[in-house]
Structures are given as C-alpha cells and as structure tokens.
Ligand binder design. Structure first.
Ligand code: MLT
Length: 326
C-alpha cells in the first residue's frame, strides 16, 4: 500500500513541477502589476510609465501601474516583499531602497534578502528649487536667507526614505541649518504646492522639476550633477553655485519578491533592456535631464552590486546626520 501511495505522490510532484515549468515558459499570461512607491505624476511615476509601455510590448502583456504611497516608499516595498513570487508583481524603486535600512530600524523587509533584482534603469540628477517669488536670485543668496530665517523656511519632501528627503537632509547638513520639513506622498503634489507658494524650497529630480523650471513656475538654483544639464543649460551645478562637492544622482531599479523563478527574472530583465533601447524612452529621458543606464547595468548582477554598495555608503552618512524614522 505504502509503495502505491509513494508512486502516486511522486507522480503528483512531477506533474506539479511540470505545471510550474509550463507556467514559467508561458509567462506572462496576464497583465503585470508595477508598484510605484510614490504618488502619480511624480518623478518615480514618470520613469515607470515611460519604461512600462515598451516592457509590456516586449513581454506581450500590459503593465498596470499601482501607486502605493507612505513612509517614504517603504510601505510599497513591504507590500511587494510579501507578494506572490509569481512574476505578476514588480516594484520600481530608487536610492530609497538603500537608505531605508538605516532610516527605519524596524524595517519590515530586507532589501537584499526579500527581493530579486531585475536591473537598473536610470540615474536622475536633482535640482535645488524654490517657489518663484522666493527672495533670492542665486544659491548663495538663498542659503544666506535660509540661514537667517531658518524658523520660517519650509522644505518639502516625499517622506523619510525619499530621494527628496535624502537630498534635503544633505543640503541642511551642508549649510549647517535645520529647517521645517513638510512631507508629501510624492513630489508630484509637493511640486504643486511649491508652484502655489505653500512651501518654500525642495530638492527634487529633474524628471519632475524640468517642466516647471523651463516654464518659470519655480526658481532653480543648482543641479546636483557633475556638469550642467543639456536640458537646463542656465542652471549652474552645485559646484559652480558654491555648494562644493554636492552631487547626487537618484538611481532606479526594478524588483520582484524573493523566490521568483530565475526564468521569469530573466524575461523581465530582457524586457527592461529592450525598453532602455526604445527611442521614445531615450528621447523623453533626455528632455527630462537623464539617460538610460547601459545594457550591462540593466541586469540583476549590476543591480544587486549597486544596492549593496549603496546600503553601505549611506549608513554612516545618515547615522552622522542623526536622522531616523523612529
Ligand atoms: C522621492 O523620493 O522624492 C520620490 O522620487 C518622489 C516621487 O517620486 O514622487
């Protein structure tokens, strides 16, 4: 009798494995959810929607964008860490994946253990901007004003763990002045308030601020890039503007839950590489001040290397700044 059951159990295991193999081979057979950790209309959302379209074409299935906000992107990352590892839930996230472990002592996930990396996407420079009637024409004048009126000036960001919060933290550190920070679910709504004059300054990615800068709706004092940007030729670098070695680019990457079949990871990585060769993506990124990463960086290996080195890089800097979410 035992022999009989053993044979049945083995047969069941084989057919289960065969079924799983078919699932991976046929993947994807339904739309894929792409989770964005910040509000619609912000820089992360913009990058995601640009690459989701050609990725979907390459895979033969649509991506459905889901904006999951809160806690500087960690709510979304936690949700994806616990999702089914079936390839139908993908996370787009940025440098915040590497700062969260230090900022959140009780982070409910481990960025390296609880995800599979798919590949890097882009590294976006940031702009130091202010409401258009802010009483300063140069970065030095802005810093002088901010120092003198520290108890009045407000600094917008997308919550602890956001790129805008990291840049704001570094900026306050660099000028030796703490300001009142105003958190938003994303820098999309934050920029709306900056244009409306409800907040004073912000450090945000060019993928969000370019349009408002060129439209004269906000003041731009500097870009956090090594050289001036072709799409914002009149905005000085932080070095030119007197802030010294203040460079920061916000790298973005794609993730799926740990345990996702390597064949599915490979399909997603290959679709990402295809998307990064799409002319519309390349042109739109250029208009927004950024570029696609090279093909060899749109790989799980390069992405994991970036993530682990960045976790190590930011930990002492954040600890020295004394910033924590708890
Ligand atoms: C941030 O980290 O500041 C986010 O990129 C903001 C956003 O994408 O809305």
């Amino acid at each position: 009798m035992i022999k009989h059951f053993t044979v049945l159990a083995a047969a069941a295991a084989v057919s289960l494995a065969a079924g799983a193999a078919v699932a991976q081979d046929d993947y994807p057979t339904q739309p894929i959810t792409m989770v964005v950790p910040f509000s619609a209309g912000g820089p992360t959302d913009t990058v995601t929607r640009l690459i989701a379209e050609p990725m979907g074409k390459a895979l033969g299935q649509q991506f459905v964008i889901q904006n999951v906000t809160g806690a500087g992107g960690t709510v979304a990352a936690g949700q994806v860490a616990n999702a089914e590892p079936d390839g139908y839930t993908v996370l787009m996230h940025h440098i915040g994946m590497s700062t969260a472990p230090t900022l959140y002592p009780n982070l409910p996930y481990d960025p390296l253990e609880d995800f599979e990396t798919i590949g890097l996407v882009t590294e976006v420079p940031m702009t130091i901007v202010a409401r258009k009637d802010f009483p300063a024409e140069t970065l030095q004048e802005m810093i002088d004003y901010v120092k003198e009126h520290a108890d009045e000036v407000t600094l917008a960001n997308a919550g602890i763990g956001a790129a805008s919060q990291l840049c704001g933290m570094l900026f306050m550190d660099a000028i030796g002045t703490q300001l009142t920070t105003v958190p938003y679910p994303g820098t999309g709504p934050a920029l709306t308030d900056l244009v409306g004059g409800q907040v004073d300054i912000m450090c945000d990615q060019t993928t969000n601020t370019t349009g408002q800068i060129l439209g004269g709706e906000v003041k731009a004092y500097a870009v956090t890039a090594e050289e001036r940007l072709a799409n914002l030729p009149d905005v000085p670098t932080t070095a030119e503007a007197g802030l010294g070695d203040f460079q920061l680019r916000i790298w973005h990457g794609l993730y799926v839950p740990a345990g996702t079949d390597p064949a599915i990871v490979e399909k997603l990585s290959s679709a990402l590489q295809t998307a990064l060769q799409d002319q519309n993506v390349i042109d739109r990124f250029a208009e927004l001040g950024t570029t696609v990463v090279s093909q060899d960086r749109a790989t799980p290996e390069a992405h994991t290397e970036m993530l682990s080195s960045q976790i190590e890089l930011w930990a002492p800097i954040i600890k020295a700044a004394g910033v924590t979410a708890e």
